[in-house]
Design a protein around this ligand. Structure first.
Ligand code: HEC
Length: 141
């Protein structure tokens, strides 16, 4: 006889996955960016490097960085990826770096860190994205 009910262990598992997905997206719903932080004098070495080291650098460094984008040095960030610039100095909202980390696009493929890796690499918080924006708007020094 064919049983039509779900196996018991599956239901809590699915609920857990769903709850995780909700937590991840609640911070930054697609389409919205938090405003730039009001903090002045934001610099790469003091404010930005620690953030990117934690959430991004593992994949975006070394001999074969993903998308050929180095996110572990200022020079690498400013140079950009195999597709071109990811930072437009002075315009954080148009910078791919901010758009990817800030989950602006509906398309999750460009959400960074990738959805499947957020257990190891924490998505940026709204405060971190604000700081990233302030840094780029202030000249990405
Ligand atoms: C687990 C690995 C991993 C982590 C962590 C990660 N990325 Fe990525 N990133 C990728 C991969 C893979 C691609 C290429 C995606 C593609 O080409 O489809 C990519 C592409 C990108 C791109 C697009 C480059 C282009 O011009 O096409 C940007 C921008 C980016 N990442 C920024 C970030 C930022 C910012 C972080 C941290 C908040 C981050 N990534 C964390 C794996 C990662």
């Amino acid at each position: 006889m064919i049983k039509m009910t779900m196996k018991p262990p599956l239901t809590p598992l699915l609920a857990g996955v769903f709850a995780l997905a909700l937590t991840a997206s609640a911070q930054n719903a697609a389409g919205t960016l938090p405003p730039a932080a009001t903090q002045t004098g934001v610099t790469y070495s003091t404010d930005i490097k620690p953030i990117l080291d934690k959430s991004c650098a593992k994949c975006h460094s070394g001999d074969k960085p993903k998308a050929r984008l180095h996110l572990d040095t200022l020079a690498g960030i400013l140079k950009g990826s195999r597709n071109g610039k990811v930072v437009i100095v002075g315009d954080s909202a148009k910078s791919l770096l901010v758009q990817a980390a800030g989950h602006v696009a509906e398309d999750h493929d460009i959400w960074m860190p990738p959805d499947k890796d957020t257990d190891k690499f924490p998505p940026l918080t709204a405060a971190q994205i604000s700081l990233l924006r302030a840094w780029i708007d202030q000249g990405a020094k």
